[in-house]
Design a protein around this ligand. Structure first.
Ligand code: ASP
Length: 438
């Protein structure tokens, strides 16, 4: 059995939806379907989810003209899908109900979730397969984190359906209201359904033929990655390779269910397989991929004898914990330690405030910051056993004239992360790609 998740571009209009139905009908083992809200049909078009968020904030601010206008566009979008498919799927009544519930104060998560909900209603009608609402099994705890009970519930609910269409992106919060995952979260729903239904493969259908060794907007026609491990995927997608949501591997990982990335618009392409252990074939690159993410700040603390000061790290972390700030990396030396933090957390004077706190709490000899840093990760299990990988990487960066501000090598030896100035991010990725792939 397979679960197939279709992303926004695969649901963008009636004609694409009909081609998705053909993909599903071509393989009877494709039993469970998870869908995103309709995405962009052309450059400059608006994703339905973005429209729904706009709708929710217009309601919130009480701007009647604005919410009527944007809901009009959402309505047109779904009605035209219905017309293109050529069957009345009850869209008009569904939209009326959504509009009324939203105006009744259902909130932003409810509004945002309706794109997936309607997409699934459409897909269910096209395929003649039951619609199953994810609020029946996806549960979040009081902290908004996916709750473990989800997996048993998913198993129990899905066992009643030999085939089902499930909307992505949402579940039920601890308060009994609809709650969404973070953006792109339908991938996580796909993964939950895959584990709940104990399938042998999770096919994630999108508009690219799998993962590339780096972002095609940075390097022309980069190599396709035929196979990568869950861990490599996690590193690459966390660092901005946004083919798949970085959290979507967790539900399938423990069950060992492989994910295949497929292209709805080129269904015969091999795509990329994401598996538990990626066995490198002879002659395969030692690096699997390179990805980068901009806009971080590095806060470095220096203090003599830091290594022997018991509780030093605890004090440092208490400063950011107090403000609910999480850090990305924590490279350290004998007398130095740096915190790498997403700029998002440091806006509106927060950076200055935590610097003050550090001075007070840990009394460093020196404290300095590097703002607007990009992190670039070079990822691959093959790197662990290959002598000279770092030398090649840093030589390539030196030759490209790129100043490396920070280095962090994961203890698994499957990644080397460098911090460079935001403006050097693309050049850095290109230099590393050319060194290992050309
Ligand atoms: N529609 C949601 C978004 O745009 C979720 C998803 O597509 O996965 O983020």
């Amino acid at each position: 059995m397979k679960v197939c998740k279709f992303g926004g571009t695969s649901m963008a209009d009636g004609n694409v939806i009909l081609s998705v139905a053909k993909i599903l009908e071509a393989d009877p083992s494709r039993r469970y379907v998870v869908v995103s809200a309709p995405g962009k049909r052309f450059g400059g078009d608006m994703k339905v989810t973005d429209m729904l968020y706009k709708f929710a904030s217009a309601i919130e601010s009480g701007d009647k003209n604005a919410y009527e206008e944007i809901f009009g566009k959402i309505r047109t979008r779904f009605l035209s899908i219905q017309t293109e498919i050529g069957t009345d799927m009850g869209m008009q009544a569904e939209l009326d109900e959504i509009y009324a519930t939203a105006l009744d104060g259902a909130g932003a998560d409810y509004c945002a979730s309706r794109g997936e909900y309607l997409s699934a209603k459409i897909m269910s009608a096209v395929l003649g397969v039951p619609f199953v609402d994810p609020t029946e099994f996806i549960r979040f705890n009081e902290n908004g984190v996916l709750s473990e009970e989800t997996f048993d519930l998913a198993k129990a609910v899905l066992s009643r359906y030999p085939r089902a269409v499930v909307p992505g992106f949402y579940g039920l919060g601890a308060d009994g209201k609809i709650k969404t995952f973070s953006r792109g979260g339908s991938d996580i729903t796909g993964s939950i359904v895959a584990r709940g239904a104990s399938v042998s493969l999770y096919e994630n259908w999108t508009d690219v033929s799998g993962f590339y060794a780096c972002d095609p907007r940075i390097v022309n026609s980069p190599k396709n990655i035929p196979e990568l491990s869950y861990q490599e995927l996690r590193e690459l997608s966390y660092m901005g390779a946004n083919v798949l949501h970085s959290e979507s591997i967790f539900p399938v990982r423990s069950a060992g269910i492989p994910i295949r990335i497929c292209n709805t618009f080129r269904p015969d392409d091999a795509g990329t397989y994401i598996v538990k252990t990626h066995k490198r074939k002879v002659g395969e690159n030692i690096v699997t991929g390179v990805a980068g993410k901009k806009d971080f700040t590095v806060i470095s603390l220096e203090k003599s004898m830091m290594n022997s000061e018991v509780g030093f790290v605890g004090k440092v972390l208490s400063v950011i914990e107090k403000r609910q700030i999480s850090f990305e990396h924590l490279p350290s030396g004998i007398d130095t330690m740096s915190l790498v933090i997403d700029n998002e957390y440091l806006k509106n004077g927060v950076l200055e405030e935590i610097i003050e706190d550090f001075r007070e709490v840990v009394k460093p000899d020196r404290l300095y910051t590097h703002e607007n840093i990009a992190l670039v990760a070079t990822v691959g299990h093959g790197m662990a056993n290959s002598v000279g990988t770092s030398a090649r990487l840093f030589k390539a960066l030196a030759e490209a004239g790129i100043n490396v501000i920070m280095i962090d090598q994961g203890s698994s030896e499957m990644n080397i992360i460098v911090g460079v100035d935001n403006k050097d991010c693309e050049r850095c990725i290109r230099a590393i790609y050319n060194e290992f792939f050309n």
